[in-house]
Design a protein around this ligand. Structure first.
Ligand code: NAD
Length: 595
């Protein structure tokens, strides 16, 4: 039994090719075997957080690559780390822990580079059921990628080459003799944990392990023994013989996502996923990785789940949404109608798990049912008034306990109120601020705190309005509530930036939803209010801007982490005016409303 980060793991030693490999196993060995291969400079403990999550459902196997962690190093070091020898090691461990069945491979960084070799050479055929690659390309594919860009260079291709070339600075350094070893065994080794914490936001807690300096010194041979040789003479037959899931951290400082543009030519079936994070995702995003790995493994083991793992071909945009949001937990308020409902559906189509929240419980349940039909693997309807703090607290507790921590929160519930300032009573003000502002505050405070505490990133979207920056004498209370939401979003964005949590404010103009039929008009009798609601509904109907387009803007805002997103041409126009000629907006603010 092992202690430290892999507490309770069963340990064994596998002898192969002159080295002894330290192997750890977790979970029931009767279940499908998942192999986690670590990268550089690392040891198997980099996987500890992912391993414990996967061990609930799978037989999880980790080993220290030769020369790393507690595995012994080859002598001499030079020539001891070739991809051929690393493949021998993999087969020896696989034969020891899973002699009768193929294994599901997962590799990060150099673990992924070697696992690409395992998955594309003939002698491992039948031993690999699937491969999840994270932040480590096949050297053969990379070699062809470079060749293709050198032979018929276009400005775009040269740009891609230079871009990746700049990210590969450390590869050149590692090819210099002796110096990397001196650095790692000296100051760099000492500083590394602090660097990881500062630059990559890797949480402390026993990682990296004390073997880091020697892992890094030995591991330099991974580069020296393989990189130059393979990149200059890449194999022509490096085709994968197992399905591949490619997880790409979009903020990886070492690898450009463009590297994988030609992947389909090498792999019969690729499931692509993107995660808004930096390089060390096994430490910073264990929940997301474990969920995607588990889902992929199940889809291969149980072909009925296949539809989940390999989305049908759709547009580029829809593909990008599916790659990012599949399996994520998304909570949308005001989801029974209009923009909220369309947003819940858009996330469902992308394969997200959806919690539809509304004070209209029946409507929320209907949205959830339809979301499940459209593509959400799971969907729930919850009846909650967002202005009720205690109810929101209770909802957050229930969601965390039963569905998980929310990855994307959309605070969208809102109500309309028209009427001059003096016609608006303090009761009217209270109602509007309670829902439009306090509802958003409760959502951000309660669900945002859970997100921040988990420490694995996330995103908050607040539905503001073009009214947030466009004054109007007809909408003082509504516009004030939305301006507050906009500013709240900006402040929170600044506060959460360091924790990988994005915040976006969505500012639609006139959108054809139910809001016009339910909006209140202050200072008029019931009959006049009805007449005005009808008239506004007709005008918005004529404008006919669909809520689905706002939903699309919301998914896009999360994908690219945009701060303020005006939607509809009039909202974009007003946004420009507010920045460059606010005087013009002030003049428009004085016009009589068309009701
Ligand atoms: P909608 O009326 O179609 O939908 C709003 C939903 O919010 C409804 O299902 C309603 O039941 C729910 N809701 C209202 N108060 C709630 C509360 N206290 N707790 C829980 N749920 C509550 O309206 P919509 O146009 O889809 O509006 C969505 C958001 O978009 C609102 O914040 C609105 O201010 C904003 N917005 C709308 C427009 C537009 O032109 N429609 C323009 C800019 C901004």
């Amino acid at each position: 039994m092992s202690g430290g980060l892999l507490k309770g793991a069963r340990e064994r030693w596998v002898r192969t090719g002159g080295v002894e490999l330290c192997v750890a196993e977790l979970g029931d060995s009767e279940r499908p075997t998942v192999f986690l291969v670590h990268g550089y400079p690392d040891s198997k403990e980099v996987w500890s957080e992912v391993a414990v999550r996967l061990a609930e459902h799978f037989h999880v196997v980790l080993y220290d690559v030769r020369g790393h962690g507690r595995s012994t190093a080859p002598t001499p070091l030079r020539g001891g780390f070739t991809l051929e020898k690393l493949t021998d090691d993999f087969l020896a461990v696989a034969d020891a822990v899973s002699p009768d069945g193929p294994v599901h491979l997962v590799g990060h960084d150099w673990g992924s580079v070697q696992a690409w070799e395992f998955t594309t050479v003939e002698r491992t055929r039948g031993r690999i059921a699937s491969f999840t690659s994270i932040s480590g390309p096949s050297l053969d594919h990379f070699g062809h990628w470079i060749k293709k860009r050198m032979t018929r260079p276009t400005p775009r291709k040269v740009g891609q080459l230079l871009g990746q070339g700049a990210k590969s600075w450390y590869v050149y350094m590692l090819h210099t003799p002796v110096l990397p070893e001196l650095a790692w065994r000296g100051p760099l080794g000492k500083q590394w944990p602090r660097l990881l914490a500062r630059v990559e936001k890797v949480p402390a807690g026993g990682y990296p392990t004390p073997s880091l300096p020697s892992d890094a010194a030995h591991g330099a041979w991974l580069y020296r023994d393989n990189v130059r040789a393979r990149l200059s003479r890449p194999r022509a037959d490096a085709h994968a013989h197992a399905p591949v899931q490619l997880i790409t951290p979009t903020g990886d400082m070492f690898l450009s996502p463009k590297l994988y543009d030609d992947l389909e030519q090498w792999v019969p079936s690729v499931t692509r996923r993107t995660v808004a994070a930096k390089h060390w995702v096994p430490r910073t995003r264990p929940d997301q990785l474990a969920a995607w790995i588990g889902q992929f493994v199940r889809s291969v083991e149980t072909p009925a789940d296949k539809a989940l793992a390999v989305p049908a071909k759709r547009g580029k945009r829809a593909d990008a949404y599916a790659q990012r949001f599949a399996g994520q937990l998304v909570l949308v308020t005001g989801a029974a109608s209009g923009i909220g409902r369309a947003t819940a559906f858009a996330f469902a189509e992308a394969g997200a798990r959806v919690v539809a929240v509304d004070r209209d419980g029946e409507g929320a349940s209907r949205t959830a049912e339809l979301a499940a039909l459209i593509g959400a693997p799971e969907a729930w309807g919850e009846q909650v008034d967002v202005s009720d703090e205690a109810a929101m607290e209770k909802l957050a507790e229930k969601v965390a306990a039963e569905y998980g921590i929310v990855d994307v929160l959309v605070n969208n519930a809102g109500i309309g109120l028209s009427g001059s300032f003096f016609a608006t009573t303090s009761e009217d003000w209270k109602k509007v601020l309670d829902v439009n502002l306090w509802g958003v505050i409760h959502g951000c405070r309660i669900f945002g705190a859970q997100m921040a505490e988990r420490g694995q990133g996330g995103h908050i979207v607040n539905t503001a309005s073009a009214a947030a920056y466009q004054p109007s004498k007809a909408l003082p209370a509504y516009s004030t509530s939305k301006a507050a939401v906009l500013m709240l979003s900006e402040c929170l964005r600044a506060e959460l930036a360091g924790q990988g949590i994005g915040v976006s404010a969505i500012c639609p103009g006139f959108v054809n939803t139910n809001i016009t039929a339910t909006a209140r008009f202050a200072g008029v009798d019931a009959e006049e209010e009805k007449r005005r609601q009808k008239r506004t509904s007709r005008l918005y109907g004529l404008r006919n801007y669909p809520p689905e387009k706002v939903a699309d803007a919301i998914l896009g805002a999360v994908l690219t982490n945009r701060a303020v997103v005006p939607v509809t041409p009039e909202a974009r126009g007003a946004h420009l005016l507010s920045r460059f000629t606010p005087k013009a907006l002030r003049a428009i603010a004085r016009l009589e409303p068309p009701v």
